[in-house]
Design a protein around this ligand. Structure first.
Ligand code: SAM
Length: 361
């Protein structure tokens, strides 16, 4: 009875993802049809399990999520970016509930192999139990920090990271075959979280698709300061209105993420401790912030922020006619020290292990 109800709800979820234009690949859709999410979320209400939402499964003492079942729409996008084929070997970093690993097991069948790592022993035990109860035998769950990949089973055709990273671990491309794909949620700048599908070309990784996403940050050796998304530096108060405004709706239409990824000096601030985050640009002389007021974003200059305000306005003028979303950008990752100089219009994000060059079309 519960199973029939779950199948119906699952069909509805898959139909919703297809109608929303998120789930387009027939093989990925078939995997979602055949693997039932509730088997990986024991004890949860079916109505909740089959919503298109992320479901936390483990929290720390402050109530912050340590593990979760990711949002099905994001899982679908990432699996499509990964482009798994029957017979392939795939490594997942972030086993969580085991649900994504079970979907991948369908996609690489027959003849493939799925290895999934989680840094959390308790999470691994639960993933093994869930996979066992769902009758999925082709997945090996390993309790390990994904920063080192899984050399015992390398090389892989595909590697997927299901926690966010602000850099790449050198082990990931090293354990990937040439032309292999690495899909990873990258935190490059402020609010910009992009799921990047990289293709390995020798020492360089080149993106061939990007999608917007949000993920729990990695823990362990690749852990990073999530406060990247929090206020940045102190503000030279008080601010002065520049009498320039931008349409407020453009913030949700992707302008903020675009700005963060294409212009140097992106910043976020709170004008007072309880106020929402506002964003803008900064240079060595001052800061310009877009502050929502009366249905618009009014640009305020702080310190000598007039030039930053001009750059903010120019960025908006470039973005507004076609409203390119961040998915139109391309990203190349070079081992740090081996990257070419950034060309005009390219943004460079240097991290200890890899340097990322972002190019706009
Ligand atoms: C969003 S959940 C993964 C969801 C999972 N793929 C699923 O289908 O349910 C992220 C997982 O990454 C794990 N994680 C975080 N840092 C890790 C690391 N360094 N190595 C391996 N796993 C890690 C967390 O313990 C958590 O279980």
């Amino acid at each position: 009875m519960r199973d029939a109800g779950a199948r119906r709800r699952n069909r509805e979820l898959v139909a919703h993802l297809q109608e929303a234009g998120v789930l387009t690949d027939p093989a990925v859709a078939a995997a979602f049809q055949s693997v039932l999410r509730h088997q990986f979320l024991p004890g949860r209400r079916l109505a909740y399990v089959y919503e298109d939402t992320a479901i936390p499964t483990k929290t720390d003492e402050r109530g912050l999520a340590l593990s979760s079942s990711s949002q099905p729409a994001i899982m679908a996008l990432m699996l499509q970016q990964l482009a798994l084929q029957p017979g392939q070997r795939v490594l997942e970093i972030g086993a969580g509930t085991g649900y994504n690993a079970a979907l991948m097991a369908r996609l690489v069948s027959p003849g493939g192999a799925v290895y999934t790592l989680d840094i959390d022993e308790e999470v691994c035990a639960q993933a093994r139990a869930n996979l066992g109860a769902a009758g999925v035998e082709e997945v090996q769950v390993v309790d390990a920090d994904g920063a080192a990949g899984w050399p015992e089973a390398a090389p892989f055709d595909r590697l997927i990271v299901t926690a966010s990273a602000d850099d790449l671990a050198p082990a990931w491309p090293y354990q990937l075959l040439d032309e292999g794909r690495l899909v990873v949620p990258l935190a490059l700048a402020g609010p910009a979280h992009l799921c990047v599908a990289f293709v390995k070309r020798g020492r360089v990784l080149e993106s061939d698709s990007l999608s917007c996403c949000g993920f729990l940050p990695m823990r362990g050796e690749m852990g990073f300061d999530v406060r990247l998304a929090e206020p940045d530096g102190t503000l030279p108060l008080p601010g002065r209105p520049t009498w320039i405004s931008l349409p407020a709706a453009d913030m949700s239409a992707g302008f903020k993420t675009w700005l963060a990824l294409t212009r140097p000096g992106f910043v976020q601030h709170r004008l007072h401790p309880e106020a929402p985050l506002v964003f803008g640009l900064r240079d060595e002389r001052g800061t310009a912030l877009a502050v929502p007021e009366r249905e618009a974003l009014w640009i305020y200059a702080f310190g000598e922020g007039q030039e930053a305000a001009g750059r903010l306005l120019a960025a908006h003028r470039e973005w507004a006619p076609t409203r390119p979303n961040p998915e139109h950008l391309t990203v190349a990752a070079y081992p740090t020290g081996e990257e070419p100089a950034a060309q005009a219009g390219q943004m460079r994000f240097a991290r200890p292990r890899f340097t990322f060059l972002v190019t706009r079309p």
